[in-house]
Write a protein that binds this ligand. Structure first.
Ligand SMILES: O=C(O)CCC(=O)C(=O)O
Ligand SMILES: [Fe+2]
Length: 282
């Protein structure tokens, strides 16, 4: 018997649908395979996990995220010098957030990220919350006839919807954007995806990247997508987190969408993100 109590991972749900606060872990320490598996299971159950008082260096955040799988390097957003896997979201009066739209991260690739770890470095005096929505709950709340209609459908996800040319026209930024556009042609994903771990179905269209549902007329596609984008944003499916410095949010990018609330100007906010690669949605 060990003579000191082992730390116990605790998860406190923040609501009936999505989100839990997790304690009993120091994310700066190397993640064992057992703990990674335990956290991955909690993540699939709660969809977003919040960890408090976790000051992480870029190297520690990268090591923590890499415990869940290989990491993604974003083609457009800046990163920490020497840490291409740690994306920087430095927003304020001169660079307001462009994440104030409901979205799932990086759905413009064939195999969008599975898990994302976002760490708060600098937060405004108030505001700058992030909201997550459960794409399981959203799907399950649709009527049976609409679920049946959507289930066999596929939709086009387009990088340029969220990264338009006009926003990336400055020298130095434009070259990177042109390369990213060339490397990221539009992709097709199912409108409803089955989660690879728990088999639950999730609505998988998002306002940032989903351009059209295949096989429908443009009017039908626009109308149905509008209904679905609004549906995902219903408060019943969401959890909202008020950030403190050194909070870390870990979300399941296969079964959630999120929205960065853009209400803190002229203050600024600094976040670091690590992104774990995922499977091709089915
Ligand atoms: O800044 C935030 O709260 C979220 C930004 C975002 O969309 C992301 O990190 O993927
Ligand atoms: Fe995002």
């Amino acid at each position: 018997m060990p003579d000191v109590a082992l730390p116990v991972l605790t998860a406190t749900p923040l609501g009936p649908t999505i989100g839990a606060r997790v304690g009993g872990i120091d994310l700066a320490r190397p993640l064992t395979a057992e703990t990674a598996a335990e956290l991955a299971a909690l993540l699939v159950r709660h969809q977003v996990l919040f960890f408090e008082n976790q000051p992480l260096t870029p190297a520690q955040q990268r090591a923590f995220a890499a415990g869940f799988g290989p990491l993604h390097v974003h083609p457009v957003y800046p990163s920490v010098p020497d840490f291409p896997e740690i994306m920087v979201l430095d927003t304020g009066p001169h660079n307001p957030t462009d994440n104030d739209v409901w979205h799932t991260d990086v759905t413009f690739v064939e195999a969008p990220p599975a898990i994302v770890a976002l760490s708060a470095k600098k937060v405004p005096p108030s505001g700058g919350d992030t909201v997550w929505s459960s794409a399981f709950a959203a799907y399950e709340a649709l009527s049976e006839p609409l679920r049946r209609l959507l289930e066999p459908l596929h939709a086009v996800h387009d990088f340029t919807r969220s990264f338009p040319e006009w926003r990336h026209d400055k020298p130095g930024i434009r070259e990177r954007w042109l390369e990213a556009r060339a490397k990221n042609p539009a992709r097709t994903h199912p409108v409803v995806r089955t989660h690879p771990v728990n088999g639950r179905k999730a609505l998988f269209v998002n306002e940032n990247f989903t351009a059209a549902i295949l096989g429908l007329s443009p009017r039908e596609s626009d109308g149905i997508l509008r209904i679905l984008f609004d549906h995902v944003a219903r408060p019943e499916f969401t959890v909202r987190w008020q950030w403190k410095p050194d909070d870390l949010a870990l979300w399941d990018n296969r079964s959630t969408q999120h929205y960065a609330v853009n209400d803190y100007l002229p203050h600024s906010r600094l976040m670091h993100r690590a992104t774990v690669l995922g499977d091709r949605p089915v």
